[in-house]
Design a protein around this ligand. Sequence first.
Ligand code: F6R
Length: 243
Amino acid sequence: MTVRVYASEQELANEVAKEIISVIKEKPTAVICMASGNSPKLCCESFVKMALLEGIDTTRFFYVGLDEWIGIPPAMRGSCHYDFQERIFNPLNIPSSQYHLFDALATNLQDECDKMDKIIAEKGGIDLMIVGIGMNGHIGFNEPGTKFELKSHIVPLDPITASVGQKYFDQQMTLEKGITIGFEHLLNTKRVLLLANGRSKAEVIKKAIEEPVTSDFPASVMQLHKNGSIMVDSAAGSLLLEK
Ligand code: F6R
């Protein structure tokens, strides 16, 4: 794992966008998995701008959504589905045949997990995964205590996630469970980028990088990834021992 600190959130976003573009250029059928939330927002904007400007062929990559809030309709602002649609699918005209997202309203959620695992296996694995980090160290909805060996799974949300998650919605929501891609997939992904911006992420970034690997602090899993990078702006990296 490497750690990279950027002067600004925009600089970080541009670097991530360049990585996405280079993965797609090298392998037009690449499988890209992304988190929603605030951390990847700017990099999605930069990626879309660069892809359009450079005339990149975006008709063949395949996109998988990292996670979803169970019970939240896909069209509701705040759902992960909504973010993916607004940030990537609409601006790049990506048809539904080019992505797979968890259906958080499905009656059989285990089937949703199995479907996601099967699709990832059939596509030959994930080429590039872009994730954020929660205030409890989660990645996706892999909450503290989640085993690293899990593929897609259903999770009771940690109280911190349920409370911080309210920021995405226009009204108070009941957030109890999530469905997420697990760390077995993350560890087998060819390249993983964990992004964080802002001073509020400085403590969790320090812990993820400098403390021992433990499932009690899920983002520490990044230390086990041979081709993973933690990419932060200077505020999120402000507590790191070596900068
Ligand atoms: C969202 C997701 C979450 C977020 C994390 C950080 O799809 O997977 O794990 O990445 O909670 O959220 P932000 O980026 O909003 O600070």
